[in-house]
Ligand binder design. Sequence first.
Ligand code: SF4
Length: 371
Amino acid sequence: MSAKIIPVADHRYLNAVPMIPASLEPATGLLADTLARPLRDLRISVTDRCNFRCVYCMPKETFGKDYAFLPQTSLLSFEEITRIARLFVAHGVEKIRLTGGEPLLRKHVEKLVAMLSALKTPDGRALDLTLTTNGSLLARKAQALKDAGLNRVTVSLDSLDDATFKRMNDVDFPVSEVLNGIEAAHRAGLGPVKVNMVVKGGMNDQEIVPMARHFKGSPAILRFIEYMDVGASNGWKMDEVIPSAEVVRRINAVMPLEEIEPNYTGETAARWRYRDGGGEIGLISSVTQAFCHDCTRARLSTEGKLYTCLFANSGNDLRALLRGGRSDEEISGAIAHLWRARGDRYSELRTINTNGMTAVVKRVEMSYIGG
Ligand code: SF4
């Protein structure tokens, strides 16, 4: 029987306890980082567990049956998550996205949605509260999430062909269940539902046009995501990336497209619409058209570590401050200090070496901080 890996105090990633600024300032006010990017979006991972093993995110080789996921005690409670979120909102966050792992695996996640949906921006506006899911549990939970105050969902779906989809999620999960979840979310009023397809060359790129055809004319917005070198375990290679320009070329050849303006500054997806009025698609091109210059996103791991980039290799332990009895002013001061010092722009600086890969440094896993 192979030994079970039990992490001691979660030392899997290098993390520092953030500094509390000597002079504390009010726990409110907009923040800008060293590239003048405001803090606008907070992505909160509510679990590191998932019921899928997507090859580009949580490959079975790393996240096998002996992988030791975080013990419940190390996860932030809903009260702790809400307190931290409130401090971020006071500093300008207007959009909160719940992620994972698979967030719907976190028990009673609707309660957290209700707590977060009660938060208001300093000028009294409601937050834009969204959630990214693999759709496996969505058909059952959509209405409860809506009733709790969730605004929208984004559902990951990498193929319509069952065999291809099962190769991508690596747990034999059928497409039909995810499509049922998308339908249920739409019926519950969690739209426009965004559908995210990660395109991996040689694995599901043949599905680009069938997916576009399926969602064209539907209320859902399909987005194509370039395969990324996230984390340190998906064996990423540049020659498996299908550039967004190629995705557009393939679709445009059969269903003419035109590019349109973004909805807002910092939107990750470039927008294209069908010339015949059949709706729009999105392209998220972190590899070939990096968008770090407008990146307004902070990420909170499920145990309270703050990351200022998806490709970071170290975080900052806000949980230690929370559980160390620090005041709101002190924690808010630490958040302000961290964001002001931020200079991340990994995708703009990504260097691909001679064998078409990027240096494998201990980057944080996407399943740990959410996409
Ligand atoms: S690579 Fe980092 S800085 Fe650039 S867009 Fe992604 S999360 Fe933002």
